[in-house]
Design a binder for this molecule. Structure first.
Ligand code: PGA
Length: 262
């Protein structure tokens, strides 16, 4: 199973020029890496420019970018296929510009935009409908953690998000454990806890589907990941990848993260 290292640029950078520069530096840095898939989740507006850069840089035409070890991802999507939904973006639009991954249910979407587990279930199904790969984010707040509710919160998030998702469709899904208290705080989850949650997620998936489905799942950790703590989640906690926010905006640091985990 290849590792999956995801850059979540969030609402950054502010110009296409900067986005292209950042992308080019990362592309160059991870060029010879075979053991990990690197996914760049850029803001929607830059998505259609980036695949073109992959093609130009490789001097090839057509859908050559699909073979690169860098894949494109989106940070969100709308649940419907098309129609009068001002401001929204469909899965097919994402697929058409070359996206292969879509983050669904990020805690910032849940927190700032009121996304519920039910809404996330619809988005997930919309992504699967276009045969794209959803990255489902789950995680508890500091308060829930303090009250000892972590396990039950994660179970609810997973179960509702996966309602009516068949086991064959589930094979396209990656789950990212992103404790809200660790996101952007500089206080990452420790390795033992991440490992424990990884096992819990596998157990929940095993209960919904079966052991072999659960075994094939890639579980990522996200929340204040940097080049110093990254390797622990893979090499000690035994997870299959990372979701990197702040540190993914610095090309050198992000490339270092990828290199330390492979
Ligand atoms: P962070 O963000 O790495 O800046 O903590 C992670 C995320 O929100 O995906």
């Amino acid at each position: 199973m290849k590792l999956l290292i995801v850059a979540n640029w969030k609402m950054n950078p502010q110009t296409l020029r900067e986005a292209e520069q950042l992308f080019d530096l990362v592309k160059k840095g991870v060029k010879n890496i075979k053991k990990a898939e690197v996914v760049i989740c850029s803001p929607f507006v830059f998505l259609s420019n980036i695949p073109a850069r992959l093609r130009v840089a490789e001097g090839k035409s057509g859908r050559q970018h699909l073979k690169s070890n860098i894949k494109l991802g989106a940070q969100d999507v709308f649940r419907e296929k098309e129609g009068a939904y001002t401001g929204e973006i469909s899965s097919l639009m994402l697929k058409d510009v070359g996206c292969q991954y879509v983050i669904v249910g990020h805690s910032e979407r849940r927190g700032y935009f009121g996304e519920t587990n039910e809404m996330i279930n619809k988005k997930l199904k919309a992504v699967l409908e276009e045969k794209l790969n959803p990255i489902l984010c789950i995680g508890e707040t500091q308060q829930q953690r303090d009250k000892g509710e972590t396990d039950q919160i994660l179970k609810k998030q997973i179960k509702t998000a996966l309602k009516k998702v068949s086991s064959s469709k589930f094979s396209k899904i990656t789950i990212a454990y992103e404790p809200i208290w660790a996101i952007g705080t500089g206080e990452p989850c420790n390795v033992e806890e991440a490992q424990k949650i990884g096992l819990l997620i596998r157990k929940i998936i095993s209960g919904i589907y079966n052991r072999s489905v659960s075994k094939n799942l890639r579980i990522l950790y996200g929340g204040s990941v940097n080049s110093k703590n990254a390797a622990g989640y893979i090499k000690e906690a035994g997870l299959q990848g990372l979701l990197v926010g702040g540190a993914s905006l610095k090309a050198k640091e992000f490339v270092k993260i990828v290199k330390t985990v492979i």
